[in-house]
Design a binder for this molecule. Sequence first.
Ligand code: NAP
Ligand code: GDD
Length: 334
Amino acid sequence: MANKAALISGITGQDGAYLAKLLLEKGYRVYGLLAHRSTKPFWRLSYLGIEEEVEFVDGDLMDLSSLGRAMAEVKPDEVYNLAAQSFVGVSWQQPILTANVTGLGVLHMLEAIRLNNPEIRFYQASSSEMFGLVQEPIQSETTPFYPRSPYGVAKLFGHWMTKNYRESYQMFACSGILFNHESPLRGLEFVTRKVTDAVARISLGKQSDLRLGNIDAKRDWGFAGDYVEAMWRMLQHDVADDYVVATGITSTVRQMCEIAFQHVGLSYEDYVVIDPKFYRPAEVDILLGDASKAKQQLQWTAKTSLETLIQMMVEADLERVRQEGKNVSGSIMR
Ligand code: NAP
Ligand code: GDD
């Protein structure tokens, strides 16, 4: 039998890169949906050494016809929809774009699959941000949603559309409700990477302080490399379903800063400056996930502690900042 083919939207993002690596290791033919951009952001795929192994197909979540063409060309067995406007903070500045890409884009994907080959297995990247103003202290698949950002509202639309296509058309459509997950490939706009990059710069004398917003917010942070395994397992299961993917431990942004600064022998209190510019119009104060369904049905558990994760990210940023002086292209990786 020929190797399975997978189409990944959002392949140039953090999760897309780790998932592509995992699927290549499993023998898949991996295709990445590539939206037209003025520059090709392949640094994450290069970092993992897989840029040459992935094939690319043009397509944008906003253009249903391009998705239909991509399905017809690739004939995937599995589609992973990871593409999104994924930064919560910007979703108040660009609510309509966020609703279109992060919400309506999911429906475009589902329609492209239904019209081309409804047998394709589909993974939707849903989010713990849908829990928002949490209705239960520990959030599981049965916890009611209460999104707090235009991003969260858009994700909820995608989540319900995924369920609806499963129930209406018997499509194998899964929704992974993933809690925050980070890595050295995280975008610099997200708080963990903003902190680890700043720690590297401060420790190497290239930055003097770090301006943050609400450092009392709590998140259930895991490692992206662990979480893409859960995505794949969902699509190998005998029935399509929704799963929470989380570590079951929550920590404040403050605690995360403490780990990062301590790793280079510094104290965060000496460098962190609170800047209200980074406060959000409506905050998600705490997230804490219960991934026992994923554990029971998919045999998946998180393997990486927050300490290990943040130390790994600080080390990667130290290396990048050191390289910057020697290699001008290093700055693209920030
Ligand atoms: P990311 O690094 O921001 O990657 C987003 C990807 O979406 C990029 O490849 C981007 O392409 C692509 N994209 C944006 N607009 C597009 C469009 N109109 N058409 C096609 N592609 C488009 O996000 P991530 O952290 O890997 O997250 C992956 C997915 O999981 C996202 O849907 C995110 O919302 C969701 N999620 C993430 C987390 C987390 O903690 N990381 C948790 C829960 C859910 P360019 O590079 O060309 O812009
Ligand atoms: N980005 C950022 N920058 N966040 C800050 C800052 C800052 O300077 N200071 C404090 N924070 C707080 C935010 O207010 C938030 O409470 C928390 O740090 C985490 O922010 P982000 O790292 O931007 O992540 P997020 O939780 O809003 O969203 C991420 O996780 C979601 C899953 O819950 C993204 O990856 C989403 O795409 C994902 O769905």
